[in-house]
Design a protein around this ligand. Structure first.
Ligand SMILES: C[S@@+](CC[C@H](N)C(=O)[O-])C[C@H]1O[C@@H](n2cnc3c(N)ncnc32)[C@H](O)[C@@H]1O
Length: 448
């Protein structure tokens, strides 16, 4: 007979099993599937954290966890989806978590296999997990400094590690990979249309969060500890917007002023659009484009919550902007669709969903969007190109190729427009493992 606490933990692990099945079988996004479950089931804070750690951990560990299981099981793909997830959860708790007693991980997996598996599934799960407890050395990853070994040890796809090793070398790649397995810092942007940073920091502290002022932007606050975000009143009431510090740099570099006309070419969900609007004191015109209907609605909802009325949203492919708005904008932002390798900490499944093909196809889309959007910039106006990746072929190479064919644009000293750090960089590259915030690239150009 289980005691009350164990019963509750079983419930959490069962929820984790269900969320992981949605991720691996239905291809749901881990953060979305988890958020939906957390909304449906009222869990105490401690259980919320445990569930999140299980789902995020198993998802991030991905192929590395399956490699370990494969040291005890002939072919994990042949197991029922629920049993696969129970084994993954079991291995994750046994090998990757310090504070879970291995016997608890094992026992609850067996109980859940009895409930969700075919006949004999519980004995199978019991056998595999007991073997892992008895002979953990069998699951050891290969040693060595090759990409495959590093990829296994740091839970990344081999192709990604290979690419980074070519660019950054072994040590830096290892640091970057390890950083991707930590939880990302959470920051919010002060809605300066309604409050100021000191007042908001006081309110967030009163609401139970631990806060500090951003070292990157004057309108950023980093939350060290906090409860459920949607329960923080200042966020609900539109006094702040969740946004990474790197992403907040973009509006500072764009430098839009009240009364200007601004085009945000790839705007959804509107993190940067609403920041630009704040810096323009909600005066002037911002045209925000994207290609997905639902995403456009998110910009509108965000703007409404923050009390911003100057944003006009429109479904439009950014590659059409040049023809439709030639020389009409004082500022144009191209926050381009990209491989997103700078934000892998935040999206536990992203590394496994990307492919080496993205890095081959994205630059041509990015070049096309930039070339079209550039035509909308007035002479003397500013064009900013940004991505949330560190991949050279999507960043500096795109900007260089653009400048080579557009003699009427000149690269500015991008860093000079930053408020606090990296102020001497021509093109700004933020690296998560050395700088702290998300990986990000920003370049500012002027039309002559
Ligand atoms: C990096 S995200 C933008 C994030 C946004 N700027 C923010 O700060 O919240 C890139 C966006 O580009 C959009 N996108 C992709 N292809 C596009 C295209 N051809 N034209 C316009 N937008 C596009 C995607 O839907 C996605 O919302």
């Amino acid at each position: 007979m289980q005691n009350y606490r164990e019963e509750k933990i079983d419930h959490v692990r069962e929820l984790a099993m269900r969320v992981l099945q949605r991720v691996h079988v239905e291809d749901a996004y881990a953060n979305v599937a988890l958020a939906e479950t957390l909304r449906e089931v009222q869990l105490p804070e401690r259980d919320r954290r445990f569930l999140t750690e299980l789902v995020y951990g198993v998802t991030k560990a991905g192929a590395s966890l399956d490699y370990m299981i494969g040291c005890y099981v002939a072919d994990i793909r042949k197991a029922q989806p629920a049993i696969r997830e129970l084994l993954r959860l079991g291995f994750y708790q046994i090998f990757c978590m310090d504070r879970v007693p291995p016997s608890a991980a094992c026992n609850t997996a067996v109980e859940l296999a009895k409930k969700h598996g075919r006949r004999g599934a519980d004995a199978f799960v019991n056998g595999v997990l007991r073997a892992a407890l008895r002979e953990p050395e069998r699951a050891a990853f290969p040693e060595g400094r090759d990409a495959y070994a590093l990829a296994l040890r740091t839970w990344h796809p081999k192709w990604m590690v290979e690419r980074w090793m070519r660019t950054y070398g072994y040590e830096r790649t290892e640091e970057l990979c390890r950083c991707n397995n930590t939880s990302a810092p959470l920051s919010v942007r002060v809605n300066t249309l309604r409050t100021n940073r000191d007042a908001l920091m006081e309110q967030l502290t009163a609401a139970g969060a631990q806060v500090r002022a951003s070292a990157w932007v004057p309108d950023g606050i980093v939350l060290a500890a906090h409860g459920a975000l949607d329960e923080l009143a200042p966020l609900r009431e539109g006094l702040a917007q969740v946004q990474d510090e790197s992403s907040m740099l973009v509006a500072h570099i764009l430098g839009a002023e009240p009364g200007m006309t601004v085009i945000d070419a790839c705007a959804a969900p509107g993190g940067k659009t609403t920041h630009i609007a704040q810096r323009m004191e909600n005066r002037g015109r911002i045209l925000a484009f994207d290609i997905y209907e639902e995403k456009m609605r998110r910009i509108e909802r965000n703007a409404k919550r923050l009390g911003i009325s100057m944003i006009e949203t429109q479904m439009r492919d950014a590659r059409e902007i040049g023809a439709a708005y030639a020389e009409q904008a004082d500022r144009v932002l191209v926050d381009a669709p990209c491989s997103g390798l700078g934000v892998l900490r935040r999206k536990p499944d992203a590394r496994w969903k990307k492919s080496v093909r993205d890095a081959k196809t994205l630059p041509s889309l990015q070049r096309d969007i930039l070339a079209s959007a550039a035509r909308a910039v007035k002479h003397g106006g500013i064009l900013v190109y940004s991505t949330c990746t560190m991949e050279e072929c999507e960043n500096a190479a795109v900007v260089r190729a653009f400048l080579e064919t557009h003699a009427d644009f000149a690269l500015e000293e991008t860093g000079a427009f930053l408020p606090m750090q990296k102020t001497t960089e021509r093109m700004v590259q933020i690296m998560p493992e050395t700088d702290g915030p998300d990986g990000f690239f920003i370049a500012r150009m002027r039309r002559l």
